[in-house]
Design a protein around this ligand. Structure first.
Ligand code: 173
Length: 323
């Protein structure tokens, strides 16, 4: 053993102890980004969370929200929070498939956030994020909001044969199973893709199509919706470990508060559907067997994709997040 390797552990212990004691005495400021525009629907719960943290966390934890897609491309946000370029992020699994492909399957959850925390699903999801992506899984929002396919031309039956549909990993397997052609874009590119007629439709949740003006180019929404929106708060794991117990507990408490916002989603969905109807967007409402095929195919295609990504993890996830 060299002299250096003998003294190093002692030094590291001393320095770590020093940082921890400083941290306990000082307020820490976390740098945050959102994968969605700060003025738009899927940043709303995160912005409210940040405001609450900054109000109630004085002297303990503050969050500096740097911005949305104008400061970082949405598909880069996972890399940034995993590597510690930022400390905390508001992002969806579909945007960090490069880091943790199975995270896209979180859209298949049928339970409330509280139920998932209770039955071990949250612990498993957190373990996947901590061990495979170096992030702590802090909160899940979007539960209670289904996804839909929106179109510029009508369909008569549950088929997307020959249609180019804007996608992310959320809708890709479903669109393909329905005979459509998926075209991947970030949300910021949907308007232009519609305007230039590069796509005849797009996948998006029940809420938010007015945020970036897409209603101007949307004629139809297909019902029923499918899956459950998943937008989560991730904390860089090294940052998380450097915090004191008090800081971690406080952030967890704030995360639980953020998850109570999910209860507002049925009401928010209803308001959004009414607004779509008022804007002249017609509903193509499949019923009976057609509805069963539409929704059933969405779930079958997505679970098959999850099983192909990682069968063992997908099976366990399925048992934990299904009703
Ligand atoms: O961009 C998307 O359509 C997408 O994947 C998504 C996921 C969660 C919320 C909103 C959009």
């Amino acid at each position: 053993m060299t002299l250096l390797s003998k003294i190093k552990p002692a030094c590291v212990g001393f320095v770590v102890g020093l940082i921890a004691s400083v941290a306990s005495a000082q307020e820490v400021t976390l740098r945050a980004v959102s994968a969605f525009g700060l003025q738009t629907t899927f940043s709303r719960d995160f912005v409210a969370f940040v405001e609450r943290v900054n109000e109630l966390g004085r002297g303990l934890v503050q969050i500096e929200l740097l911005g949305g897609p104008e400061v970082m491309p949405p598909f880069e946000v996972g890399n940034a929070v995993a590597s510690g370029v930022v400390d905390i992020a508001n992002v969806t699994g579909a945007f960090y498939g490069n880091r943790l492909p199975i995270a896209d399957a979180l859209k298949l959850a049928e339970l409330s956030a509280a139920e998932m925390r209770e039955n071990g699903a949250w612990a498993f999801i957190n373990e996947l994020h901590e061990t495979r992506m170096n992030v702590h899984y802090l909160a899940r929002t979007g539960i209670g909001i289904p996804f839909h396919i929106y179109l510029t031309r009508p369909i008569e039956r549950p088929s997307l044969e020959g249609l180019r549909i804007r996608t992310t990993s959320v809708y890709r397997a479903f669109i393909e199973a329905m005979g459509g052609v998926p075209v991947q874009t970030a949300p910021g590119e949907v308007y232009t893709a519609l305007e230039r007629r590069q796509v005849e439709g797009y996948g998006w949740p029940a809420q938010g199509i007015f945020d970036l003006g897409w209603h101007e180019h949307t004629r139809y929404r297909v019902d029923p919706g499918f899956y459950n929106v998943e937008v989560s708060f991730l904390v860089n794991l090294d940052t998380w470990r450097r915090l004191t117990d008090e800081q971690r507990n406080f952030l967890t408490e704030m995360a639980l508060w953020a998850e109570t916002q999910n209860d507002l989603n049925p009401e928010r969905n209803a308001a959004e559907y009414a607004r779509q109807a008022a804007a002249g967007i017609e509903t193509i409402a499949f019923a009976g067997e057609d509805a069963r095929v539409w929704r059933g195919t969405a779930y079958e295609a997505a679970w098959a994709e999850a099983m192909a990504i990682d069968r063992e993890v997908a099976e366990r996830l399925k048992s934990l997040i299904s009703r």
